[in-house]
Ligand binder design. Structure first.
Ligand SMILES: Nc1ncnc2c1ncn2[C@@H]1O[C@H](COP(=O)(O)OP(=O)(O)OP(=O)(O)O)[C@@H](O)[C@H]1O
Ligand SMILES: [K+]
Ligand SMILES: [Mg+2]
Length: 709
């Protein structure tokens, strides 16, 4: 028997419904539960270690200040010194709490992923090649699998490692990683060949080539990601940290140089007062929340089944101008099926069916397999080995846009059979001295104009080169995509479909899906070039794709989102993976990216604005005695110098706790112009940051006086 792809009978497997476009995030809700704060407390205390604290310059300064104040309280005990040092320590702990709570959210998820990983035994094959019928198997623990090993997995078994399906087709339950219970189809050859270790085969049997190193599997990386183990500061975070650190240095210098003046004026200040002033003035609010904001952004993506491999990608997503999408498998379902044979004039339909079948004998793509299935309906039997002579297969490639076979029979002409894109096959026929009938090209154009993909089938034998006819491939645009592209437009993002398919098909699908622009007959290099051109024009480019031919483009894009259904190459190349394989997920990704940037900006504004009020609280308290004129600054009419300073420090600490929910949830984002957004945020967070502390400090002052006087 020939290794006919149809043996695995793809038509017995039902293609599952695609995941709904607007799935609610699973897992923990975004609202802060007080229990989370309590649970994270020990971790927050552990984070007081100076080695960890130095990474956050602002809070490190607060920690050193707390230490100095505590020392001074020990040397010269007073309730004031102890109170201040207590609240300063709390300030540092609150900051750590924000980070610990943000990190804690991924922990539960990591636990369930760990369970999916453990204890699988792999059925490794001693050797594998296309068409091999007899396999020698050995059982090894999944952790021992190396790259390029071949394993066989059958219904009911867990896939032992990440890889590409090289033989067969199966329904796979990926709920262990996606939380989605509907099975998905994974098959050899096409853009849906990647499988993930820890997921389960539900039907049939596949051979998988392992593509990950031991300990570096997708689940391993996912665990590291949700636990934040691989989190690095992004360039933006580093820049902001630098700015905050410089501000801090300026305030340290001004507070330190204040003392000589104070002594001169006869108002020497104690260590707790000086430290309190410093802490009140430096941007502690944003310093405390910065890291939590970044972690929460990544976590929000995980909740939506998107794994971002870097924080930088999340930030870039917030600034995306152009989105490139490939067509097949991204905008359409990608399960292109042969539905009709249209023979060329004078060619019997049976002959076309036979040519199509021959050209697809070793074509393991969904297209190729579906051609074999369709040919079967014409009563074409499978051929016995040797009947056709020696076969040389020409696999499909995105560059040649064709696939086929050469039949070498001893003592006879070599017969070449090809199928592929109309333009590619036409050239192939012309080069061999043949002609392509106008009717054939018209039929192809008609199929294309209706959004289908035409494949020409041609043969070259001793009678010359000629086209046998056209195979019509049908594909369906995913539901709801049009509305989603309209939404992207409102967000100011231009969508461009890039496809290897012909211009007519591309145009039809582009119109149906509602993209802004399209590029047809694009090779992998063209896709890459397009991205480079956009980037050279200063555009931030996102790309979603699934195929190996998308990999170079996914790597070049600022945000490269690989579909989880896609090939390992695509998943390796991108900096995000969408477990739901939903191209319009980019809307959520952009939203989360923007939210991250806005939240960071808003809280920075708030933090700096709210330090102004503390200045008004503390300066009159320090010098009201020496310079009675300064008492006019005491506009809050705070009770006494000590209560004023205490209230400012308490407010400074509490505002951190108060803003943790906002840092984790993110500031709401609504599509609008950048100028409107800025104006709104300045109003809310600038003005709010200015006014709120006056009210807050006054209230705390009233309370403090109740308790302490
Ligand atoms: N198995 C195949 N055998 C022969 N020709 C094929 C096969 N699959 C696709 N083609 C032809 O090659 C062209 C390019 O295919 P390719 O997979 O590169 O792009 P695509 O999947 O159509 O586009 P996209 O980049 O949007 O996924 C197709 O339009 C089709 O005409
Ligand atoms: K402050
Ligand atoms: Mg593709």
């Amino acid at each position: 028997m020939l290794p006919l792809a149809s043996e695995t009978a793809p038509d017995t497997i039902v293609t599952p419904e695609p995941p709904p476009l607007d799935r609610r995030p699973r897992g923990t809700s975004a609202i802060l539960d007080p229990r989370q704060l309590v649970e994270a407390f020990p971790e927050a205390v552990r984070k007081l270690h100076p080695r960890l604290m130095v990474r956050n310059p602002v809070m490190f300064v607060v920690e050193v200040g707390s230490l100095l104040t505590t020392l001074s309280a020990v040397l010269e005990p007073s309730w004031f010194a102890w109170l201040i040092s207590g609240w300063l320590w709390l300030t540092v702990v609150f900051a750590n709490l924000a980070e610990a709570v943000a990190e804690g959210r991924g922990k539960a998820q990591a636990e369930s992923l760990r369970r999916a990983r453990t204890g699988t035994t792999a059925r490794r094959l001693r050797s594998w090649r296309i068409g091999l019928e007899r396999y020698e198997e050995e059982r090894v623990p999944a952790e021992h699998l190396q790259m390029q090993d071949f394993v066989v997995v059958e219904a009911g078994e867990t896939i032992p490692g990440d890889g590409d399906v090289v033989e067969g087709i199966a329904a796979v339950d990926e709920s262990a990683i996606t939380g989605e219970s509907a099975p998905v189809v994974r098959e050899a050859g096409g853009d849906r060949c990647a499988v993930t270790g820890g997921t389960k085969v539900l039907s049939d049997r596949i051979v998988v080539r392992i593509t990950s190193k031991p300990g570096r599997t997708f689940i391993d990386r996912m665990i590291a990601l949700v636990e934040g183990a691989e989190r690095k500061k992004t360039p933006n975070e580093i820049a902001l940290n630098l700015l905050l650190a410089s501000l801090t240095v300026v305030f340290i210098l001004s507070v330190v140089t204040l003392q000589p003046f104070a002594i001169y004026a006869g108002a020497e200040q104690s260590t707790p007062v000086l430290v309190a002033l410093l802490v009140a003035l430096i941007p502690t609010t944003i310093g405390a929340l910065l890291s939590a904001i970044g972690i929460a952004g990544m976590d929000r993506l995980v909740q939506r089944n998107v794994l971002a491999m870097s924080g930088r990608a999340v930030e870039a997503a917030g600034d995306v101008d152009t989105l490139l999408l490939d067509k097949t498998g991204t905008i359409t379902f990608g399960n292109r099926q042969a539905v009709r044979f249209l023979p060329a004039p004078g060619v019997p339909e049976m002959q076309l069916a036979e040519g199509a079948q021959l050209s697809s004998l070793a074509d393991e793509t969904p297209e190729g397999r579906s051609v074999v299935v369709l040919a079967k309906r014409y009563g074409l039997r499978e051929r016995a080995e040797g009947e056709l002579g020696r076969l040389e297969f020409v696999p499909f490639s995105a560059q040649t846009r064709m696939s086929g076979v050469d039949l070498n029979q001893p003592g006879a002409w070599t017969v070449q059979v090809r199928k592929g894109a109309a333009s590619a096959i036409s050239v192939w026929v012309y080069e061999r001295g043949g002609l392509v009938a106008g009717e054939v090209l018209e039929a192809a154009d008609l199929i294309a104009a209706n959004g289908g993909t035409p494949l020409l089938v041609a043969v070259h034998d001793r009678y010359g080169a000629r086209v046998l006819g056209v195979v019509q491939l049908k594909d369906v645009v995913k539901d709801g995509i049009r509305e989603r592209f309209a939404e992207l437009r409102r967000m100011g993002i231009r969508t461009v479909m890039v496809t290897g398919d012909n211009p007519l098909t591309a145009k039809a699908i582009a119109e149906e899906a509602g993209v802004d622009d399209f590029l047809a007959e694009a090779t992998p290099e063209d896709k890459l070039e397009l991205i480079k051109r956009e980037q050279a024009a200063g555009k931030m480019v996102a790309m979603t794709g699934d195929g190996t031919n998308d990999a170079p483009a996914l790597a070049q894009a600022d945000v490269g989102v690989a579909m989880n259904t896609g090939t390992s190459a695509a998943k390796e190349a991108g900096n995000m993976v969408d477990l739901d394989s939903n191209p319009t997920k980019l809307i959520e990704i952009v939203r989360i990216g923007k939210q991250l940037l806005i939240t960071r900006g808003a809280l920075t504004t708030f933090s700096i604005a709210n330090d102004v009020a503390k200045y008004f609280a503390i300066i009159p308290a320090m010098f009201g005695h020496a310079y009675p004129g300064l008492r006019d600054l005491n506009i809050m009419a705070l009770h006494s110098p000590t209560s004023a300073i205490t209230s400012a420090v308490i407010f400074n600490a509490l505002i951190i706790i108060g803003l943790i929910p906002l840092a984790l949830r993110g500031v709401r984002y609504q599509p609008s112009s950048a100028a409107d957004l800025l104006a709104r945020n300045l109003r809310v967070f600038g003005l709010g940051g200015l006014v709120l502390p006056f009210v807050g400090i006054k209230l705390i002052d009233l309370l403090v006086v109740q308790f302490l006087v």
